[in-house]
Design a protein around this ligand. Structure first.
Ligand code: ARG
Ligand code: ZN
Length: 857
């Protein structure tokens, strides 16, 4: 059944109050729900329809009396009600230990927890379970004291007690009306790290981060990040926290990253636990970003929620933008921007160019879990960032203020957000709305002419056809540009040019000589750009551009241009040599530049990803992409060997700390090894093993292990064994052990994956572990795209095995197989065959069915 945005109807019944009583048990939990329901006066009379999923009603009461006036309609419970307001009582029984889908109430490592977004609440009790039905919740939890010493739910704890029979209870009340997807409970043996925060208006908030006993030494960074998030949201957006309590719980079995349940955020352990021995600098950043993200949802998501799931980007796009701005403010703004763009290109551009392309506000779905995508999240953030660029930060803030004030306590739409920004910021976003309805990455062509004293910029845009959207209209594309003087490298100021037609020209007088174009500075628009610039101009920009992103981008374009020419065979020997010399010169400048900090230097040294290169060629042959990229790396390693060795020698001396200089040193240290591994493998292996042995932190150890994993050396197996033995008790680090091998450049990576699939530590019931092996593998083009199709078969077999256990996670493995249209015809046929094999399986979940059928087209 396809759900369509155009079919939205307001709910016939509202549920102002929900009271839940849980008698908790790992394999048997009884739920008594009492819903106060009120007829929506704006809607025609209709029976009360409550959604359920895999549950049965044991008993139903209406206004306190046993009732027979109900029936099941499929999974829905339907009650004919005579009046305008009633109290409905429903008892259900669930088995959390048997819930392998990890949606609804489930058991994880002996504790109980919930995940209700998007439609998990209906697996707990019958309810409208749609985000435009907001209720005040009162929750009573009771259970065994020894097994569940800690009992948590949303809001404030208002009473606790002991039954005197080995069980105890707690009652929670959340004063803020919320949709059912924000409901949460946690029960288990947990320990808290505590702190306090005083809000800008003086409210004292108790903060607690709950983890399994033994993990409490790894919460300091998460707590610091939470406090910084709370302060930053006050300063940057004027948003204050609104309860006396803020709880975070870390859970090992979790489908996604984390969940913003009101006052009780539930997190995947990987986004909470961090200490230097087990977490890399990247992990630290991810913890900070996700802690911020979930906290910021308290306003962008909870106080103002979504009317329906088509509006998901209303909360997710906006909240991603907010977490990006937060992380930028906590660290290096340009480095953060480069990282965000790298993620967009690696994860979202392929969505936009593939069979699963959808607008940030989709028009239809079968299973909403499939739309928690890089498009809704990351492109959604880019779209709101463009509004901010158009308005400027102050006026954008005024628009946000108006949005929060106007829609507080409501379930809103993307249109509501756009209108608030229009009015609050004073913008006309009429045409801009196309960014919400049109899928596909716009292609922008830019050419700069010069005549007399005027430079003329010619721009053209084209939005490619996507499934269900054959023809597109031009969109407003804000491009920050500067014209650099060739002699001095300087410019007279930045311009914001908005391309809102298919073609346009812009004149810039006052240039006696032809300037060099710096365009899409700061990545002001999420587009694919063809600026037709010479290698010489790109080298110039890489050396002189004052916009750090543009400088990075010039270098990337230089390398992408060279590699795509090498991959598609249009580059002759002389061109290849000239390209390599140009890139080598530019990277030498990066390595030598004393004004660059190492975090930025490390960023500039990262070659464009294989997945991004694959997007740039018509029918990608993953083997030649890998070959050419590695060949360039080897050539650079050889040409710049002294510099890379010196860089490694310098960086290895910097002692561990979390400050930017030390983090930068760790980044370039492993970057140097990555290059050396391609050109000087023995030297690289020796140094990597030494770095591994000397490491006092996971960044250095993982970096060294990664380099060794790609090399043919006895040190590889030796250090892998050491790594496993050292961290055998730490699931998150064992995940890294799987990922490092599955994602390696080693020619036998596919065989390694096959062996690891049978490793005793492998399990299909833990999503982190499944992803650690199979996502890393699916992203490893050299192994996944084995010419005989065996890589595709491994992923298809995984999907089939995982689908009955955890449909949501299984469906996430379909997109790699769905890229068949952009791969050479031989492989494409093998990929299609696997998709068809999946589709032929009986009892496929709605999640996997939708992704596979869309992928086949
Ligand atoms: N709202 C959560 C976040 O963005 C994501 C939860 C989605 N979960 C799911 N099972 N679909 O942080
Ligand atoms: Zn979110």
């Amino acid at each position: 059944p396809v759900i369509r945005r155009a079919d939205y109807r307001p709910p016939a019944w509202l549920v102002p109050e929900v009271a839940l009583d849980f008698a908790l048990g790992l394999d048997a939990t009884t739920v008594r729900a009492e819903l106060t329901v009120r007829r929506n006066p704006a809607i025609d009379r209709a029976p009360l329809r409550l959604a359920g999923d895999g549950i049965a009603a044991r008993a139903v009461t209406v206004d306190g009396l046993p009732s027979n006036a109900w029936r099941m309609d499929g999974a829905d419970l339907v009650i004919d009600l005579p009046g305008a307001e009633h109290r409905i009582g429903i008892e259900t029984a669930i088995n959390p230990a048997a819930n392998s889908q990890l949606m609804g109430l489930y058991a994880s490592g002996g504790m109980l927890c919930t995940q209700c977004e998007a439609e998990g609440f209906r697996r707990i009790t019958f309810h409208p379970d749609r985000p435009d039905v907001l209720s005040v919740y009162r929750v009573r939890l009771s259970g065994d004291k020894a097994r569940f010493p800690v009992l948590l739910a949303n809001g404030n704890c208002i009473a606790t007690g002991d039954h005197g029979d080995g069980t105890h209870w707690a009652e929670w009340h959340d004063p803020w009306p919320k949709p059912s997807y924000l409901f949460a409970l946690v029960a288990g043996d947990l320990v808290a790290t505590r702190d306090r925060f005083t809000t800008m208006s003086g409210r004292a908030v108790e903060l607690a981060i709950w983890v399994r006993p033994g993990d409490e030494g790894r919460t300091a960074h998460a707590m610091r990040s939470l406090i910084q998030s709370m302060r930053w949201d006050e300063e940057a957006f004027g948003r204050e926290y609104d309860l006396d309590l803020f709880n975070i719980v870390a859970v090992s079995d979790f489908n996604m990253g984390a969940m913003e349940n009101k006052g009780l955020n539930v997190f995947n352990t990987r986004y909470v636990l961090a200490d230097p021995e087990t977490a890399t600098d990247g992990d630290y950043d991810a913890v900070e970003g996700v802690i911020g993200h979930e906290y910021f949802h308290n306003w962008s998501g909870n106080r103002v929620t979504c009317r329906d799931w088509f509006q998901l980007s209303l909360k997710e796009g906006f909240t991603v933008l907010r977490d990006q701005l937060f992380s930028a403010a906590m660290g290096s703004e340009p480095v953060k921007r480069i990282e965000d763009v790298r993620v967009l290109r690696a994860a979202q551009f392929p969505e936009d160019s593939g069979p699963l392309a959808h607008p940030i506000r989709p028009d239809s779905y079968q299973e909403i879990s499939n739309f928690y995508t890089a498009t809704v999240y990351n492109k959604g953030a880019e779209v709101i960032r463009m509004m901010r660029t158009l308005a400027g930060p102050e006026r954008f803030r005024a628009g946000c203020d108006l949005y929060f004030a106007r829609h507080d306590g409501e379930a809103a739409t993307c249109e509501d957000f756009i209108r608030a920004i229009e009015e609050g910021a004073g913008l006309d976003l009429t045409q801009f709305r196309l960014w919400y309805s049109q899928a596909g990455t716009p292609r922008v062509t830019a050419r700069l002419d010069h005549a007399g004293d005027t430079a003329t910029l010619h721009l053209a845009q084209q939005v490619p056809a996507t499934p269900d959207q054959p023809s597109k209209q031009p969109m407003p594309i804000p491009l920050r540009i500067a014209l650099l003087d060739r002699a001095t490298g300087r410019h007279a100021g930045e311009h914001l040019v908005v391309l809102d037609t298919a073609e346009a020209r812009f004149d810039f007088p006052g240039h006696a000589q032809p300037p060099v174009l710096s365009i899409n500075r700061g990545f002001s628009a999420p587009v694919a750009l063809d600026a037709g610039q010479s290698d010489a101009d790109l080298v110039f920009l890489a050396a002189h551009d004052d916009d750090p992103f543009a400088r990075y981008e010039a270098l990337q374009r230089l390398i992408v241009g060279h590699l795509t020419g090498a991959i598609d065979g249009t580059l002759d020997a002389a061109g290849r040599q000239a390209g390599r010399e140009a890139i080598g010169g530019a990277l030498a400048a990066v390595l030598d530049d004393p004004a660059l900090d190492d975090l930025m230097r490390g960023e500039l040294l990262i070659l464009p990803a294989e997945s991004y290169l694959a997007e740039q060629v018509a029918a990608a042959d993953p083997v030649s992409i890998r070959r050419e990229r590695e060949a360039l790396k080897a050539w650079l390693a050889d040409r710049l060997a002294d510099r890379f060795l010196a860089l490694h020698d310098r960086a290895i001396l910097v002692p561990y700390s979390l400050d930017a200089a030390a983090r930068g040193a760790r980044k370039v240290k492993t970057q140097a090894l990555v290059y050396l591994a391609a050109g000087r493998p023995e030297e690289a292996a020796r140094r990597a093993a030494a770095q591994y042995d000397a490491a006092d932190n996971m960044t250095d150890r993982q970096g060294a292990m990664m380099v060794l994993c790609g090399l043919d050396t006895p040190l590889r197996a030796q250090k892998l064994a050491d790594f496993h033995a050292r961290y055998a008790a730490d699931a998150l680090v064992i995940d890294k052990w799987f990922s490092l091998q599955a994602g390696s450049l080693h020619p036998a990576a596919l065989d390694h994956v096959r062996a690891l699939a049978g490793h005793p530590d492998m399990t299909l019931t833990n999503p982190n572990r499944v992803r650690s092996l199979y996502m890393a593998f699916a992203a490893n083009a050299g192994a996944f795209h084995a010419a005989d199709g065996s890589g595709y078969r491994i992923i298809a077999d995984l999907i089939l095995a995982l689908d009955p256990l955890n449909a949501q996670t299984a469906a996430r493995f379909v997109p790699p197989l769905g890229r068949w249209r952009r791969i050479d015809p031989g492989r494409a046929a093998l990929m299609r065959a696997e998709l068809e094999r999946i589709l032929a399986a009986p009892r496929l979940s709605r999640d996997t069915y939708e992704q596979v059928s869309r992928s086949l087209g």
